[in-house]
Ligand binder design. Structure first.
Ligand code: ADP
Ligand code: MG
Length: 358
């Protein structure tokens, strides 16, 4: 199990830095997700780490060893590309053994490795098939088996679920978790899908415009976003602009907003009075129930619209100063709500995140 440390990685195409000083630590044996919108630079970062592209700046460490100019095969990075890139004319077993053949591994050993990788993915019965005869899920399994066959020190999966239909996505997601638990290989998964990352990651890194903007446990990044980009990207949120009225040394902030005073938490330490801030409140932090936790902000509102989503209901509220706010409520808490009704809603102050700037 190796620790991978990336420091200030930079890659430019035509003088545009598509990876722009990205730093990230991938702890040994952990499943780390790199989440970012399309074009953020995730694939380019993966190619740099695997040695398929050369760095313009920065350093790559595997444990304490600098890898910047180490040739790709010596890095032992198993990279599963977004399009599985299987050889159409080779059988499944030949595809899986391809990298080993290139390494000139003796035939007997190669066979053993291929069998082991097929066993891990439970695809032994597909050994003689050609990729063209496989389902997308089977192809993904073959691509993953091929990456595992080289016994990588680092496994990188580029959007492993993006091409799968939702019906089999959960299956492959569980498989990634299982393989990771069994092999304990340091793993980085690239995705643009926030829900996927939140449900799978031990550790979540968010990338935007070529930089890693926040890293932490998934729940922490979700609940304590570093800025409005992360807040929005990880899920629906209510954003309200305001001004700091007062702040204490523990990070509790009173914010003046168009609809009244609100108490929240600053993650950037105490903020000076008068500074412009944006408040982020997740819909599920807004309670329309009658039980109000202590330390909550309370506001009067009218119910504008109710949207049935199955397990939860979206409650569109119109608060003071005409402020729109969306709440999510469980069926049992919302079945008596009616459109046009007046009510009081509440938001616990520790779920009101105060972010610097507009
Ligand atoms: P992501 O995987 O997060 O979607 P990419 O790393 O694929 O992002 O791409 C980041 C940016 O770099 C994109 O704007 C893309 O067009 C650009 N890019 C990637 N590879 C090349 C290349 N070989 N030449 C020029 N531009 C590239
Ligand atoms: Mg990509």
């Amino acid at each position: 199990m190796i620790r991978v440390t990336l420091e200030g990685l930079t890659k430019r195409y035509d003088r545009v830095a598509v990876v722009d000083g990205a730093s990230l630590e991938i702890p040994p044996g952990e499943l780390t997700f790199l989440l970012g919108p399309s074009g953020a630079g995730k694939t380019t970062l993966a190619r740099l780490v695997a040695g398929l592209d050369t760095l313009d700046d920065g350093e790559i460490f595997f444990d304490d060893r600098v890898m910047n100019v180490v040739p790709p095969h010596e890095r032992k990075v198993g990279l599963v590309f977004q399009d599985d890139a299987l050889w159409p004319r080779l059988s499944v077993a030949e595809n899986i053994g391809y990298g080993l053949k290139v390494q000139r591994m003796p035939r007997a050993e190669r066979r053993e490795r291929v069998a082991e990788a097929m066993g891990a993915l439970r695809i032994d019965s597909l050994a003689e098939k050609r990729p063209g005869h496989l389902t997308t899920l089977q192809r993904q399994r073959v691509a993953l088996a091929r990456a595992l066959a080289v016994r990588p020190q680092l496994l990188i999966l580029d959007e492993p679920l993006a091409r799968l239909e939702s019906r089999v996505r959960d299956e492959f997601r569980d498989e990634i978790r299982r393989i990771h638990a069994e092999t304990e290989i340091t793993t980085l998964v690239l995705t643009h899908h926030a829900k996927e990352a939140l449900s799978l990651a031990d550790r979540l890194a968010v990338m935007d415009l070529g930089k890693v903007v926040q890293v932490g446990p998934a729940h922490e990044v979700y609940n304590r976003p570093a800025d409005t980009f992360v807040a929005r990207f990880l899920g629906p949120t209510n954003l309200v602009q305001g001004q700091v009225e007062s702040a204490d040394s523990r990070g509790e902030v009173v914010v003046r907003t168009p609809f009244g005073r609100m108490v929240g938490q600053s993650l950037n330490g105490p903020l000076p009075a008068g500074s412009p801030v944006t408040v982020s409140i997740r819909p599920e932090a807004v309670s329309v129930g009658s039980t109000v936790p202590p330390g909550s902000n309370r506001f009067a509102a009218t119910v504008e619209r109710l949207v049935f989503l199955g397990e939860v209901r979206q409650v569109h509220l119109r608060g003071p100063g005409d402020w729109p706010v969306v709440a999510l409520a469980l069926q049992c808490q919302s079945q008596n709500l009616r459109e046009g009704q007046s009510l009081t809603f509440s938001i616990p102050s520790d779920l009101v995140v105060v972010l610097q700037g507009k």
